[in-house]
Design a protein around this ligand. Structure first.
Ligand SMILES: Nc1ncnc2c1ncn2[C@@H]1O[C@H](COP(=O)(O)OP(=O)(O)OP(=O)(O)O)[C@@H](O)[C@H]1O
Length: 308
């Protein structure tokens, strides 16, 4: 879907990206992570030509990105950023409709799309449709920002620390929304973050950057089980490394297919072992039931199965 071939970027003779090769496949949730100044945002912005690369070639949908006019590229590539960038004097619906309007969609199609996206992002249309950005909380604004980025059904969604400024609870719920949206829409997503837990939770692939170079590109599990070097190990953190390992394992994969009817509390199959462990500690129990997405009990999870 997106391919970087030997990409270099220099700003005023200073090289910030050097010899970058990266392929983001269709449907991937690719998370770029690295220290401040490692080049994450620059890489993201080169994809939609907000920043032009200096050497090498970037391809999008099989064509060099320079063969697309920037505005054509930006209609096919949604972009959501931390500061949201909503138009302050436009209502929520007008903000969401920005690109469909530019594309000349008819009013009925735009209406339907606004309703669909507000539902997808968990925004109450009756309450927020005609509200202005300043009347919304940070989390609600961020949801509108994501809805706007998805409005014209782009092939790719670029997200630059979209949840960086949010409180942990709102952040958590938006991460869960992004996982669901990715699963439901199959969009190709390139996402920048500083937060390793966020990366492990969302990514199908994590790309770790340092000083404009890729240090490791791997699935969350590969990364945790085989960090490429000390830099990656350091980045994964020492104190909660075990918890990170649990965060990429699901309750469903570790449960026993046994009747858990006698156990009061349960987690869902897709919940992480980290969450299950947290519940066990809070509830002072060594066992939890496991439910499928319809709430039906499908198994039993024991503390012993988490730590072995
Ligand atoms: N317009 C610019 N002019 C000059 N240098 C720039 C410009 N934009 C970025 N840089 C430099 O390029 C390097 C990479 O910046 P970039 O914003 O891509 O890093 P980042 O990994 O996204 O950082 P952060 O996590 O702090 O947002 C930095 O050293 C930065 O100072």
């Amino acid at each position: 879907m997106i391919e970087f071939r030997n990409i270099t970027k220099t700003f005023n003779a200073v090289t910030v990206i050097e010899g970058l090769n990266l392929i983001v496949e269709r449907g991937e949730f690719c998370v770029l992570i690295g220290p401040s100044g490692s080049g994450k945002s620059t890489i993201l912005r080169m994809i939609n030509r907000l920043i032009e690369h200096s050497a090498g070639e970037i391809r999008f949908a099989g064509e060099p990105i320079r063969s697309f006019a920037p505005e054509v590229l930006r209609r096919r590539i949604g972009y959501a950023i931390q500061s949201v960038g909503l138009f302050p004097h436009w209502t929520v619906e007008a903000n969401i409709a920005t690109v469909p309007r530019l594309l000349g969609w008819d009013a009925a199609r735009i209406e339907a799309r606004i309703a669909e996206l507000m539902a997808l992002l968990g925004l109450d249309a009756a309450r927020f449709r005609t509200a202005y950005p300043h009347q919304l909380s940070g989390g609600q604004q961020q949801r509108v920002g994501v809805a706007r980025a998805l409005a014209a059904d782009p092939d790719v969604l670029l997200m630059d620390e979209p949840f960086g400024a949010l409180d942990p609870i709102t952040r958590d719920s938006l991460q869960a929304e992004m996982r669901r949206i990715h699963a439901e829409t199959g969009k190709t997503i390139v996402f920048v973050t500083h937060d390793m837990d966020e990366a492990l939770r969302l990514a199908s692939r994590v790309v770790i950057l340092d000083k404009g170079r890729i240090v490791q590109s791997a699935t969350p599990r590969e990364l945790l089980h085989a960090p490429a070097n000390d830099f990656v190990r350091e980045f994964l953190g020492k104190d909660d490394y075990g918890l990170k390992l649990l965060s990429v394992e699901t309750a469903g994969a570790h449960m026993r297919r046994e009747d858990s009817g006698a156990v009061a509390e349960a987690v869902r199959e897709q919940d992480s072992l980290r969450l299950a462990l947290s519940h066990m500690v809070a509830l002072k129990t060594d066992r939890l039931g496991v439910e499928d997405s319809t709430g039906r009990r499908v198994g039993l999870l024991l503390l012993a199965d988490i730590v072995t």
